[in-house]
Design a protein around this ligand. Structure first.
Ligand SMILES: O=P(O)(O)OC[C@H]1O[C@](O)(COP(=O)(O)O)[C@@H](O)[C@@H]1O
Ligand SMILES: [Mg+2]
Ligand SMILES: [Mg+2]
Length: 350
């Protein structure tokens, strides 16, 4: 079909399992542990897919009345997804420790001999759970740097975005799709409910060079930096389509296939940006770069941002390379604007 990643004539083609097996051979020192880890994530994804599909029927919608380390109200499905992924990774045996959006500290799985650690956003787009709009799961995998057999430490999780050995997301939308990379391109697998299997549906996904879609919460427009406002005004002037569902996974996936840009700039409420570096920005940036797209903040590539804490936030601009390069021009012109929201005056004014 098109060059944006071959769309396979389905219904039944290569299962995720078979694809993982076939591609394991591409890695000289492959031991099968990462393959098993990916299967464990897919298994938990199938369970969450089932929960999401019946969200309106059973009592899994609405807030739980608790809040997470970021002070956000936890939705029931946030916590259900958290429990399901932790359990699947514990039972799978390939992961020694986990960082999730829903828990403050490192979760030890008891598999101290295991090779990998995982950072995960169990349920992305929580504000959309109750209203039947696409939501997702985002994951990022590292080989541990501490010795096997010992307790994993902060060091294992704060290695930096370019040390990820795998990253991906599951989108629970009109269909459920698992998209991941292990550093050798990006492939997507669509879930076939009746067979209970993920099948390869988009091989070697590539972002279009340019696009005509911009995704940003324009409700925050007045809080953005002047130069971000000018970039968005330019998108409007060029009659680009404004598409924002409020689920990073959903907005990113659309833009990856069609060509677009997602922006979550700093605002007074989130002076560092809203999205979390370890389990939202890094994994999406790894996928983006593997698909020929780009991911930056106003200082550097997202994958080069230094990690200092588990739940640190960061601004992110991610999408088609030409659109990011154009945005970078606006950043370059910002000159002597201080790194604060537009409401903050120019250096030396007042
Ligand atoms: O409502 P806002 O401020 O536009 O934020 C929406 C963004 O926040 C998120 O919901 C944050 O993720 P979580 O739902 O996992 O907390 C993103 O998915 C989404 O892009
Ligand atoms: Mg999220
Ligand atoms: Mg979340």
């Amino acid at each position: 079909m098109t060059s944006k990643g071959e769309k396979m004539a389905l219904p039944v083609g290569i299962t995720l399992d078979r694809f993982i097996k076939r591609n394991q051979g591409a890695f000289q020192f492959a031991s099968g542990e990462l393959s098993q880890l990916l299967r464990d994530i897919a298994l938990a994804g199938k369970i969450i897919n089932r929960e999401v599909n019946k969200a309106g029927l059973v009592d899994i919608t609405g807030a739980l009345g608790t809040s997470n380390v970021q002070g956000e109200n936890q939705q029931k499905l946030d916590v259900i997804a958290d429990i399901r992924f932790i359990r699947a990774l514990k039972n799978g045996g390939e992961v020694c420790a986990i960082i999730t959006e829903e828990e403050d500290e490192i979760i030890y799985t008891g598999n101290d001999d295991a090779k990998y650690v995982v950072a995960i956003d169990p349920l992305d787009g929580s504000s959309n759970i109750d209203v039947n709009v696409s939501i997702g799961t985002i994951f990022s995998v590292y080989s541990r740097v501490t010795p096997r057999g010992t307790k994993a430490t902060m060091e294992d999780f704060l290695q930096g975005g370019r040390k990820q050995v795998a990253a991906g997301y599951i989108l629970y939308g009109s269909s459920t799709i698992l998209v991941y990379t292990t550093g050798a391109g990006v492939n997507a697998f669509t879930y076939e409910n009746s067979l209970g299997e993920f099948f390869l549906s988009h091989r070697n996904v590539k972002s279009p060079e340019d696009g005509a879609i911009y995704s940003v919460n324009e409700g925050n427009f007045d809080d953005f930096y002047d130069y971000t406002q000018r970039y968005i005004l330019n998108c409007r002037k060029r009659r680009m389509s404004s598409r924002y569902i409020g689920s990073l996974v959903g907005d990113f996936h659309r833009n990856l296939l069609k060509g677009g840009i997602y922006l979550y700039p700093p605002t007074p409420h989130y002076p560092q940006g809203k999205l979390r570096l370890l389990y939202e920005c890094y994994p999406m940036a790894f996928i983006a770069e593997q698909a020929g797209a780009k991911a930056i903040d106003c200082e550097s590539d997202i994958l080069d941002v230094k990690p200092v804490s588990f739940h640190q936030r960061n601004s992110i601009y991610i999408g088609a390379p030409k659109m990011i390069e154009e945005l970078e021009q606006y950043f370059k012109e910002r000159g002597d604007y201080v790194i604060k929201a537009a409401r903050f005056e120019k250096v030396g004014e007042n």
